[in-house]
Design a protein around this ligand. Structure first.
Ligand code: ZN
Length: 648
């Protein structure tokens, strides 16, 4: 039986009736029976000059090339080369999970080829992929840490070993490169490694398996979507089933920390390592999209509510405690100590992306937007060469948060793969129409699910202005629904169709469904509500009690020391009776709208005042305050910064 299974597993997976590689979406839900929305290919959306185009440009032109240089300098590629070239012996370098860093970089570079074809980059990728695959063992196993005298430790360090985490990123890189170039070498290599797992691991009598760092689950779901081989989905289900607690002798603290090892459907709250937990949730959402298992739906709803009600920062960042990079308790959202790893915000994006696809509920897009524009966007600096591992909501005057390199360099390529593919997050289709989730200058060149070609052009001043204009060009007049996301922050939205008010009034945090016979050249305009300004936290959030954060549209603001020379940012207060004024500064921080406010400070700097006093401290000194978008913090170097300001 075993040899028969082996032969089957070694056969190349047939792509059969799957869409051709060029037609496959970023997240390909075209055949997922429980997906309401279907994402589009990266190449179907062109970002045009504007807010995100400049971030994508810097990702492709600066960040991706400079990170490859750093990965080479730190031996991440040599870790593979040394295995196929034993004569040229060099010791392995870096922590045990470095393989995942180059896989994530390959994924980012692969998506970028759909945005901007680059034969030189593609040739570099082909060469690197060849070198990586040269290190793959005949069995299919590939990991540069568990070799030589550590070979005996394979799959024996499942909580800390990151073996399956690295495989997950290998699969995701392979899928991205296939969808961008049609080239299968890395895909076939990742299928060989997955075949090795399927052969020896799984329910008894096979050996038990635990992801330890969830990530493989979502990769397996995508590999299933690409190949049609249901064994990959079954393996994801086995990992999520957490049936191996006893065989692996897992302790409650292990299963809490790794968010694996007990049935996913028994979870009632997010806990443990934030990236692990949110990748597990994203993988479970993938499993639900394919199986429709109601127990998964219930658990995912419970976990999402737990996240939204008390465990996500106003920036979309996630992970309150540095110790173990973990979630805290509900409402435990410290600002300066916030861990908020860039990868955790991205993992939250992936979780919400899948929940949105399953349901079409705007509440998921709201959390995606909050993270994208703030706690993910902050992760890479304006020049594309410095990265945040942590994205705290306050910093002291000397904390260096942005660095070119981390020994654990998971975040930089994770940010790159997000920004490189970003356009594909903007639109979806469903059987009855097309969906616009986020607003930026962009062109969609795709088709309706009826098969009719559809071009759509979006022009906007977002995120600084509220005007959005959309021109639809279906190949012929056709009845379908245009679903427009009305952002949660836009309390008073106006929508016109060909100059006339939309039949239904837009409601914040929903999708406005415009069903009609659309003709080439029809236009829709939105006037989003850019007023607002103050955000109050639930008083249970002790750190933010008596404070406010400022936002305008999707952008959360911060008070930074360089803009406020006369007052420490920690001595400033907001006067809610005084207006907050928006002022666009085209040449500042890459072109941003700043907010100014006449607030108050304490008569003398608080660092000269006693720690305790029988009298309340009163801020009476008028000061002019200037706030900059949070995502730009420390663009001018380390310095004091805070998002939450006392209100007085
Ligand atoms: Zn990270």
């Amino acid at each position: 039986m075993r040899s028969a299974a082996l032969i089957l597993l070694c056969l190349p997976a047939t792509l059969g009736a799957q869409p051709a590689w060029r037609e496959q979406a970023l997240l390909d839900l075209a055949r997922s029976p429980h997906a309401r929305l279907h994402p589009v290919p990266v190449r179907a959306v062109k970002l045009n000059p504007g807010f995100w185009k400049s971030r994508q440009n810097v990702t492709i032109e600066k960040s991706i090339p400079s990170l490859l240089t750093l990965l080479e300098e730190h031996g991440v590629l040599d870790n593979f080369r040394r295995l196929s070239n034993p004569a040229d012996y060099t010791p392995r370098r870096g922590p045990l999970y470095t393989d995942s860093d180059i896989y994530k970089w390959i994924e980012a570079a692969a998506w970028s080829l759909q945005v901007r074809p680059d034969p030189k980059l593609e040739a570099t990728l082909d060469k690197l992929i060849g070198e990586i695959l040269s290190a793959q063992e005949p069995s299919g196993y590939l990991n540069t840490w568990f070799v030589e005298d550590r070979e005996k430790l394979r799959f024996r360090q499942m909580i800390t070993g990151h073996e399956l985490y690295c495989l997950g990123h290998m699969i995701q890189a392979a899928v991205a490169y296939y969808r961008s170039t049609g080239k299968r070498a890395l895909l076939d290599g990742s299928i060989r490694f997955t075949g090795y797992l399927l052969r020896d691991f799984g329910p008894a009598p096979k050996q038990p398996l635990l992801t330890g760092h969830p990530e493989l689950e979502l990769a397996l779901a995508e590999l299933y979507r690409l190949t049609g081989n249901r064994d990959y989905l079954r393996l994801a289900g086995y990992l999520l089933s957490g049936v191996e607690t006893a065989r692996l002798k897992l302790l409650p603290r292990d299963t809490a920390y790794t968010f694996s090892g007990i049935p996913f459907t028994s979870r009632t709250q997010f806990e443990g390592h934030a990236v692990r937990a949110l990748y597990a949730a994203a993988g479970a959402a993938d499993y639900w999209l394919e199986t429709g298992d109601a127990a998964y739906r219930r658990t995912l709803d419970t976990l999402w509510s737990d996240l939204a009600a008390g465990k996500i920062f106003v920036t979309g960042g996630v992970g309150s405690r540095a110790s173990g990079e973990t979630f805290g308790d509900a409402w435990e959202l410290p600002n300066r100590q916030a861990y908020t790893e860039s990868c955790a915000a991205i993992a939250g994006l992936l979780f919400n992306q899948r929940m949105l696809a399953a349901t079409g509920d705007a509440k998921y897009a709201a959390l995606m937007e909050r993270a994208l524009y703030n706690g993910i966007n902050s992760g890479m600096d304006l020049n594309g060469t410095l990265y945040c591992y942590r994205n705290p909501l306050a910093t002291g005057s000397t904390e260096k948060i942005r660095n070119p390199w981390y020994n654990t360099t998971c975040c930089p390529p994770n940010l790159q793969r997000t920004f490189a593919a970003l356009g594909a997050y903007f639109y979806s289709t469903s059987k009855d129409g097309v969906w616009a989730h986020f607003y930026d200058n962009s062109s969609l060149d795709w088709r309706l699910e009826s098969g009719a070609a559809l071009k759509l052009e979006m022009k906007t001043g977002q995120p600084w202005n509220g005007d959005v204009s959309i021109t639809l060009n279906p190949s012929k007049s056709e009845e379908f629904t245009l679903y427009l996301r009305i952002p949660d922050w836009s309390g008073d939205t106006r929508v016109l169709v060909n100059g006339r008010p939309a039949p239904e009034s837009p409601q914040a945090n929903t999708y406005l469904a415009l069903k009609r016979l659309w003709k080439p050249g029809d236009t829709v305009t939105l006037d989003l509500d850019m007023s607002g300004g103050l955000i109050f936290a639930n008083p249970r959030v002790a750190e933010d009690h008596g404070k406010v954060a400022l936002r305008r549209g999707p952008i959360v603001y911060a008070l930074e020391q360089p803009d406020n020379p006369g007052v420490s940012v920690f001595d400033a207060t907001i006067d809610p009776r005084t207006p907050i004024v928006a002022e666009h500064r085209p040449g500042f921080l890459g072109g941003v709208t700043v907010l100014t406010h006449k607030g108050h400070a304490y008569p003398r700097p608080l660092d000269g005042e006693p720690l305790y006093s029988a009298q309340p401290f009163k801020a009476t000194r008028p000061v002019d305050l200037t706030f900059v978008p949070y995502y730009t913090f420390h663009s001018r170097g380390p310095g004091a910064m805070t998002v939450w300001i006392p209100v007085q």
